[in-house]
Write a protein that binds this ligand. Structure first.
Ligand code: KG4
Ligand code: ZN
Length: 358
């Protein structure tokens, strides 16, 4: 290999991921162990369980990624690992493993900010010059920022309470969607997307959050109360137990998905206007990148497409497998930082380095 090679490691939430990339973004080897099925059974992520599962799989996952790539540890140029944000216990496993690994093989270490990695993934797939607007929506985050450089983000807004993926997961759990046909192995967001296809959103006209607050932040907790109240009302009307509603689950799913999509679009619209007023984006080819687990939702993508077409932006989303957590995006972030010589630690240096939050 003439190109520099980076090993990326991700353990911030419920996926143990590793990948080896070359400098051009070619994936030489990848491995991904998802804990989603375990967490679906317990009705949510229990941090100590997540930690134990990461501990059990980290070595296998990294070994698999290296083996599939045909790259020996000695050939690596650096190791990049998510250090924040995420579940502290989960992050700890990846960090501990990586520190030992870089010391043993005497390799530079690149601490990675998980949201920076989500934001930059698109640049691995196609040329996207800075600056661009980025909307990151996942189970743990929702934020709007202008990406001005690999480690230079202008923060525009974030969620004031919960993230949209969290809302979708909780609504799905409240409706016991894992018991529905074809939904048993799907995440909450995926189950809602599937059921929404055959639902009528107009049967549940939920209010879009933050109608009178003119900034770029998000809020989903109030919407979730509206949804829960509607579910409770229906359960009472039918005289059935909590979580056994069948009659209008598709309609609730459709209305939930629609309201989340509209809220995301409205707040992003404000961000676009702000960027235009202040000349923060390219005037020839302004771009909106959307990523994170929730960005794999086709309905949300279509809604954001309507917005970008109206405002003259180009919407770019990585394909679903690169929207959710994986080791590839961490390795790519490592490549980007390695190229620019930013935030690279020597093997024995402690991670007191704080990557800037987008
Ligand atoms: O980025 P990700 O894998 O992990 C976090 O960093 O949170 O995102 C996972 C989240 C979950 O909340 C899941 O319900 C949501 O993304 N999600 C979706 C879809 N696929 C995953 N939400 C809506 N529609 C989908 N198709
Ligand atoms: Zn993520």
């Amino acid at each position: 290999h003439y190109s520099r090679l980076v090993l990326g490691i991700e353990t911030s939430c419920d996926d143990t991921g590793a990948a080896v990339l070359d400098e051009t973004g070619t994936i030489l080897g990848e491995s991904l162990y998802s804990q989603k099925e375990v967490h679906l059974r317990t009705g949510g992520i229990i941090p100590t369980v997540a930690q134990q599962l990461h501990r059990e799989s980290i070595e296998v996952v990294v070994h698999e990624a290296l083996e599939r790539s045909g790259v020996a540890p000695s050939q690596l140029s650096a190791v990049a690992t998510t250090v924040k944000p995420g579940l502290a216990l989960s992050l700890g496993i990846g960090l501990e493993f990586s520190k030992k690994f870089v010391r043993k093989h005497n390799k530079p270490f690149i601490p990675i900010h998980h949201m920076e990695a989500h934001a930059l993934t698109i640049r691995m797939l196609q040329p996207v010059p800075f600056p661009f607007l980025v909307l990151l929506v996942s189970g743990g985050h929702s934020l709007l920022a202008v990406a001005r450089g690999v480690d230079d983000f202008l923060h525009l807004g974030h969620t004031l309470d919960e993230a949209p993926g969290d809302t979708l997961d909780k609504v799905a759990r409240r409706l016991s969607l894992t018991k529905h046909p074809n939904c048993s192995t799907l995440s909450g967001g995926q189950a809602i997307e599937l059921l929404a296809r055959s639902g009528d959103r107009r049967k549940f006209p939920f209010r879009t959050p933050m109608g009178r607050i003119y900034d770029c932040c998000f809020s989903f907790a109030g919407l979730r109360s509206q949804i829960t109240m509607s579910i409770m009302k229906k359960e009472a009307e039918e005289g059935i137990e909590q979580g056994t509603l069948l009659s209008c689950v598709n309609d609730i799913a459709a209305a939930t998905q629609h309201t989340v999509a509209v809220h995301l679009a409205k707040r992003t619209h404000r961000a676009i206007l702000f960027c235009k007023e202040n000349g923060l984006l390219s005037s020839e080819d302004p771009i909106l990148v959307m990523s994170g687990g929730v960005a794999s939702n086709q309905y949300i993508r279509k809604t954001l497409t309507v917005l970008t077409e109206k405002t003259g932006l180009r919407l770019l989303c990585p394909p679903p497998r690169f929207c959710t957590d994986n080791g590839v995006m961490i390795a790519w972030n490592g490549v980007e930082r390695l190229r620019e010589g930013k935030g690279i630690l020597s093997p024995n240096e402690d991670v007191c380095y704080e990557p800037k939050a987008p």
